[in-house]
Design a protein around this ligand. Structure first.
Ligand SMILES: [Zn+2]
Ligand SMILES: [Zn+2]
Length: 332
């Protein structure tokens, strides 16, 4: 066989795979296989019903956050209640949409995917519809930062999780129900022939997205059907804001972050050659106390009162989930 016919045969196989999917209209995921992608992360809880896999987590990854940010909005990571009815929802039978959604034209707010460690992933282009957060220096060394509700999220594919997850499993799932793999295929070869959404199908592998080192970095929109509302995915977890959002602090560079206790954190940053810090503690009522210390050692504090305790809320959600799982077992 000549090289040209090999390529033609290969292209035909790709086209055939894609056509099969389109004709079938759906891909059927085994929920146990979907759950396996999250299994390396004890902080993530996964459950499912007939139609969806639900992913629950508090959006606080176990790696260091925030360090490396050079353009900072002064927000910090606070655990979020992405549990129960506020969990991520992945369709078990994703289907190609009749018209695809471009991340260059919408999806500038909210999550477009969820990482294998339960951290939300937003469009690499931020709310203004123009700025590439990666090129703008707004992301830490893992491609994440805290948003306006002090909600930590990534804007890039979490390829740093690949080693923990193991080969052949995705590093994230797009909210249209198609998986997102790191740069390579399961056999270690570099992903090729990606469409403008960073996706493709190939022999033995239904449609999936890949990470890339340049824009769009991950799914550049949605190939699959997703219900949108006001330009964002309609059903997705909502962050809980404890304080008004803050203004960017020009010239600051985040140099340190540590979790000092279950509910206590400290962030350090450098501004014009001086070390500053923000210590903060989540209060039992769901509020937060912040202590800001400037370069001369002067401190000031701010306290925000919460409503009901997010910890109580979390326990309630867990009880409810346990009951739901019991229901599912009984039905089976
Ligand atoms: Zn963001
Ligand atoms: Zn691939």
């Amino acid at each position: 066989m000549t090289r040209r016919t090999t390529i033609a045969a290969f292209s035909f196989a790709l086209a055939a795979a894609a056509a099969n999917e389109t004709q079938r209209g759906t891909v059927n995921h085994d929920p146990e296989v979907v759950a396996r992608s999250f299994a390396a992360f004890a902080e993530v809880n996964v459950r499912w019903d007939q139609d969806y896999v639900y992913v629950e987590a508090d959006s606080m990854p176990r790696h260091q956050m925030m360090v490396g940010i050079r353009s900072w909005n002064r927000q910090v990571p606070i655990p979020q209640p992405y549990f129960g009815s506020n969990a991520f929802r992945l369709p078990l039978r994703p289907r190609f949409a009749t018209s695809t959604v471009s991340g260059k034209e919408s999806l500038f707010r909210g999550a477009i995917a969820v990482a294998a460690n339960g951290v939300p992933i937003f469009n690499p282009i931020k709310q203004d519809g123009r700025t590439d957060t990666n090129l703008a220096g707004e992301l830490d060394i893992f491609g994440g930062h805290a948003g306006r509700a002090d909600d930590y999220h990534y804007h890039l594919a979490p390829v740093h999780l690949a080693d923990q997850i193991g080969s052949g499993l995705p590093v994230a799932w797009a909210l249209d129900g198609f998986p997102i793999f790191a740069y390579s295929e399961a056999d270690g070869s570099e992903a090729r022939n990606l469409d403008w959404l960073n996706g493709h199908s190939h022999a033995g592998s239904a449609y999936h997205y890949h990470a890339t080192r340049q824009y769009p970095y991950l799914n550049g929109g949605f190939r699959g059907e997703v219900a949108l509302r006001n330009g964002e995915v309609a059903v997705q977890p909502r962050a809980r804001r404890v304080r008004p959002f803050t203004r960017p602090l020009r010239g600051a560079e985040i140099t340190g972050f540590e979790r000092r206790g279950q509910n206590s954190f400290r962030l350090e940053f450098e501004l014009r050659g001086e070390e500053h810090s923000v210590g903060y503690t989540i209060l039992p009522d769901g509020g937060a106390k912040f202590v800001f210390t400037d370069g001369s050692g002067q401190s000031r504090s701010e306290v925000y009162r919460g409503g009901r305790s997010p910890l109580e809320g979390r326990a309630r959600e867990r009880d409810r989930n346990r009951r739901q799982r019991g229901d599912i077992r009984r039905r089976d």
